[in-house]
Design a protein around this ligand. Structure first.
Ligand SMILES: Nc1ncnc2c1ncn2[C@@H]1O[C@H](COP(=O)(O)OP(=O)(O)O)[C@@H](O)[C@H]1O
Ligand SMILES: [Mg+2]
Length: 572
């Protein structure tokens, strides 16, 4: 028998480890996918660069071809000129010789000498070749000599000009090539710089968009708080609700045999050993925003015995969020005194069977909600007590607590079957402009979320159960609709959401702390609470797809939720 239990245990552990591994693998998959997407984008960018470079190179090649053609033309021209030049040189040479001959002839003194020279000169063969002097003579006579000299002169000039042109063209080509190189290098660098800047800008834009999405969805936060096992439960087996060892943003809820099981994530999971002060530190930033005129709602959700009242009200020696929140508002108001005068009022009410009872004035047993100039959800006649010291806060809260207990006993009802709202009104009046802004802080200890078996319930119990079920599910619908930015938010369907209409709407901030008990007897309730948290904790994108947002981890500074398989709700 023992060994069988041991095997079951080992089997459970293995299953649990596999579960954790699965979450890790999914996370790794996601990271890898993101890497691949980034790489793909970079690759596409690089391909674009390569295309651009290739087209530049093609342009360069065209340009070089044009230049080569020019060069070809120039070379041909040069060749022609060269041959013309050599022709001219020949002519010039002839000219030179003839001039020399002339001198020589004039130097000769005797006719004999002249004759001798003429006699040694080659004899004409037919008409073609004449002796030099004769040839020169005939050229002079024909007037061609001067023409040839001029022609030679012109050609020489032309040749010099062309030579200069060729040198200039070569220089120009070199300069052009250097410039092109420089241009290409600088253009490429520019191109890369622009590309990197664009990439950075895109990343920045993406981050901003992402933050906007988180902002849009993120005015509503969901936390889990797991209370410790009580002395009366300590002989129980291991806790049925545990925080994931690898990811402290995920909770696992499973019975001891592992047959019923779910895992879920939230913006934050408050561990069992967190003190009242530590949990308050987690919520204090949104409370402070009340001073700046924001409306804030904090809900404690969970089945009876899961620790809601402990979190909100707390034992006298370890006060909960209610007292600490009001004290903090005092502190912050004090720090800011100067041009602004703060006025802090506290009201306390209870909703039972859709009736609103004033907990600071016992004669107000059935208050009504009105739409007044002050806003929707105002309750005329509700006692509002101005508090200005820590003692007044403690006393006021204690009075409300006592009145609640007395009323519950008188009406013979379980105290956890009503919603308790502590409403703090913070008015800030600017002494110069005389403008007053009001921030509302609603601290709500909800009725137990456990479902009373409706088949056995009759009379008051049935009515009570129906009222609680309806109001909790309406609260879920409202939060969900707000999160989805729906046009119509179903505030009107129950007193709880009607009272809080103004405080939940607009740019108000909402925190739902879902309480879980590690006790195995509460397993079904815990699974039901996790389902509620999952429902209201969804993040919606524009496309209408629903997902848990991995970035919530960074936003809240703790682990995000990973949606995993969740069995259907235990009850209808
Ligand atoms: N964080 C906690 N640390 C110690 N004890 C707790 C804690 N949360 C709840 N408890 C105890 O558990 C019991 C049920 O808590 P309670 O706040 O009354 O639950 P609920 O209001 O949800 O019905 C109480 O005895 C309470 O003192
Ligand atoms: Mg309670």
């Amino acid at each position: 028998m023992d060994s069988h239990v041991g095997e079951v245990d080992i089997f459970q552990q293995c299953k649990y480890i596999h579960e954790v591994e699965l979450v890790n693998m999914k996370l790794q998959m996601r990271i890898l996918e993101t890497h691949i997407e980034t790489k793909d984008r970079l690759l596409r960018n690089l391909e674009d660069i390569i295309d651009e470079q290739e087209s530049r190179i093609a342009n360069m090649e065209d340009f070089i071809q044009v230049l080569s053609l020019d060069f070809g033309t120039l070379s041909e021209e040069n060749l022609r000129l060269k041959s013309a030049l050599s022709q001219m040189q020949k002519v010039a040479r002839v000219n030179e010789i003839l001039e020399t001959d002339e001198d020589y002839e004039s130097d000769m003194t005797s006719n004999e000498d002249r004759f001798a020279l003429r006699s040694v000169s080659p004899q004409p063969t037919g008409d073609v070749i004449k002796p030099y002097p004769q040839m020169v003579q005939s050229m002079r006579e024909e007037g061609q000599w001067k023409k040839l000299q001029r022609c030679a002169e012109e050609l020489k000039n032309e040749k010099d000009e062309l030579r200069r042109l060729a040198v200039d063209t070569k220089d120009a080509f070199n300069v052009c090539m250097a410039e092109m190189n420089m241009l290409l290098t600088s253009k490429t660098t520019d191109f890369f710089r622009v590309l990197i800047e664009r990439y950075k800008a895109e990343m920045e834009k993406r981050k901003q968009l992402h933050n906007q999405l988180v902002e849009l969805n993120g005015n509503i936060r969901v936390f889990y708080r797991i209370r410790p096992q009580l002395a009366s439960e300590s002989d129980n087996q291991k806790p049925v609700v545990v925080i994931d060892e690898m990811d402290n943003g995920v909770v696992h809820v499973s019975n001891t045999s592992g047959s019923r099981k779910t895992s879920a994530g939230a913006d934050k999971v408050i561990p069992t050993d967190f003190s009242q002060e530590q949990i308050f530190n987690e919520v204090s930033p949104i409370i402070t925003s009340c001073i700046d005129g924001y409306n804030v709602c904090i809900f404690a959700y969970g089945h009876t015995g899961s620790g809601k009242t402990y979190t909100m009200d707390g034992p006298v020696e370890l006060p909960g969020i209610n007292q600490r929140a009001i004290m903090q508002l005092f502190e912050t108001a004090k720090e800011r005194t100067g041009d602004i005068k703060y006025d802090i009022k506290v009201a306390m009410m209870e909703i039972y069977n859709e009736k609103i009872r004033d907990l600071l004035n016992t004669s107000n047993t059935n208050l009504t909600i009105r739409q007044t100039e002050e806003g929707k959800g105002s309750i005329p006649g509700l006692e509002e007590v101005t508090v200005s010291s820590a003692q007044e806060v403690t006393e006021t809260l204690a009075r409300g607590r006592k009145n609640k207990a007395v009323a519950a006993t008188e009406a013979n009802i379980e105290s956890s079957r009503s919603h308790v709202i502590v409403r703090v009104l913070v008015s800030a009046t600017n002494l110069i402009t005389k403008v007053t802004t009001v921030g509302r802080l609603n601290l709500v200890d909800l009725a137990g979320s456990e479902r009373v078996s409706q088949t056995n319930a009759t009379g008051q119990l049935l009515k009570e159960a129906q009222a609680i079920n309806k109001s909790l599910s309406e609260l879920g619908n409202v939060v969900l609709a707000l999160r989805q930015n729906q046009k119509h938010i179903p505030f009107r369907n129950c007193q709880l959401t009607r009272i809080l209409e103004d405080s939940l709407n607009g740019d108000s901030k909402t925190l739902v702390i879902v309480h879980l008990s590690p006790d195995s007897k509460s397993l079904n309730e815990s699974i039901s609470s996790v389902n509620f948290a999952e429902k209201i904790g969804q993040v919606f994108t524009k496309s209408g797809t629903m997902k848990r947002d991995p970035a919530r981890r960074s936003m809240t500074g703790v682990s995000s939720g990973q949606r995993r398989e969740i069995p259907p709700s235990p009850r209808k």
